[in-house]
Design a protein around this ligand. Structure first.
Ligand SMILES: *Cc1c(COP(=O)(O)O)cnc(C)c1O
Length: 343
């Protein structure tokens, strides 16, 4: 793969903004280079534009070299940057599985890029051949999500590998839910696949949706492109500090995941007993997709009781489906009690 040929021409030739922090790296005693206020430390200083300390800590946990990590304002930022880097508006296109996370399509629309959907099969899985058949010479990116949202299942790894080997553009694999999955992350295969971009996030297993921190893992060349086009100080210092704290308590994160997986099993067992439930789809995530008799009615009844689930009934292949996030044991039993009344 030749990255220059995939990139938009203007991005390829872009001279990026060079901040004071870019021009002088290292330690000094007097900083008079960035027009900062000398008072109100530590918030007076611009934060590290490439968040090196945070990346080194993530690197240790994820076993991905810090040079292969990009950090964004949630996963939303790298999703948007991939469109901006690779897709020429009104000319290029992307291909994505359907149904999946809604943000890929929204970013395609914002960037005026054609979004081609390929319907998953009855097991919510895909084949590389079917996705490739939807591509043409202008397809720059294929979007995958595994475990997938809203379906919950992991995609077939062999088909992902086949796609990475056959497709001559970028494959984005969104692993937002990987910490809940029984299947390994693709993060240890980065060196083999220069066209792979993996997305992970602090928003789910790491319990930190509020700090807005998303990760992209990719070749150093792709990371350099993302760094070149991002806002110079895209991750603020509060987020960087809080991320370091969260990483230090990664033992607690493991406990959370363990509890949520146990609760997932319990919730599925309870759901199976209910008449209102028609089908429970297999899940590798911290949510479960459930087909009920009448999703709209069930959703509305739950809302009246102050219980909010996600009504996915209007999504392709998800007629009458609710997506239920795994909560605390107490929250899950409140939900089950209400569903029993409905049943
Ligand atoms: C929740 C979710 C994310 C997380 O997005 P952030 O911007 O990092 O909060 C990313 N991808 C998928 C598929 C998700 O469901």
């Amino acid at each position: 793969m030749i990255l220059e040929k995939l990139l938009r021409e203007n991005i390829c030739s872009l001279q990026p903004y060079s901040s004071a922090r870019d021009e002088f790296k290292g330690d000094a005693s007097v900083y008079l280079d960035a027009n900062e206020n000398p008072y109100n430390a530590p918030y007076n200083r611009y934060p590290d534009p490439i968040q090196w300390e945070v990346k080194v800590e993530i690197s240790n946990i994820k076993n991905v070299p810090a040079e292969n990590i990009f950090l964004g304002n949630g996963s939303d930022e790298p999703i948007d940057l991939v469109f901006r880097a690779f897709c020429e508006p009104r000319l290029d296109n992307v291909v994505a599985i359907e149904p999946t996370y809604g943000m890929y399509k929204v970013c395609a629309n914002i960037n005026d890029v054609e979004y081609r959907k390929v319907l998953l099969d009855e097991n919510f899985d895909f084949t590389a051949d079917k996705l490739l058949a939807a591509t043409n010479l202008y397809t720059k990116v294929i979007w995958l999500c595994s475990p997938n949202n809203p379906t919950g299942n992991s995609l077939n790894s062999n088909e992902i590998i086949k796609l990475l080997e056959l497709f001559e553009g970028i494959v984005v694999l969104d692993e937002a839910y990987i910490d809940f999955s029984s299947i390994d992350s693709f993060s240890q295969k980065l060196a083999q696949y220069p066209n792979l971009i993996i997305l992970q996030t602090f928003s789910k297993a790491w319990g930190s949706a509020a700090i807005r921190l998303g990760m992209a893992f990719a070749s150093t060349e792709i990371i350099a492109v993302l760094n070149k086009i991002k806002y110079p100080y895209n991750i603020n210092i509060l987020t960087q500090q809080q991320a370091l704290k969260t990483i230090q308590s990664s033992v607690q994160v493991k406990d959370w995941v363990e509890i949520l997986l146990q609760e997932r099993t319990k919730l599925i067992e309870s759901l199976k007993e209910l008449d209102v439930v028609q089908h429970i789809y297999p899940t590798d995530a911290n949510f479960v997709l459930v087909k009920v008799n009448d999703a709209n009615a069930t959703y509305n009844t739950l809302v009246e009781k102050g219980i909010i689930v996600r009504n996915r009934s209007n999504v392709s292949l998800c007629l009458d489906c609710l997506r239920i996030t795994i909560g605390t044991p107490e929250e899950n039993s409140v939900l089950i009690d209400e569903l029993k009344i409905i049943s």
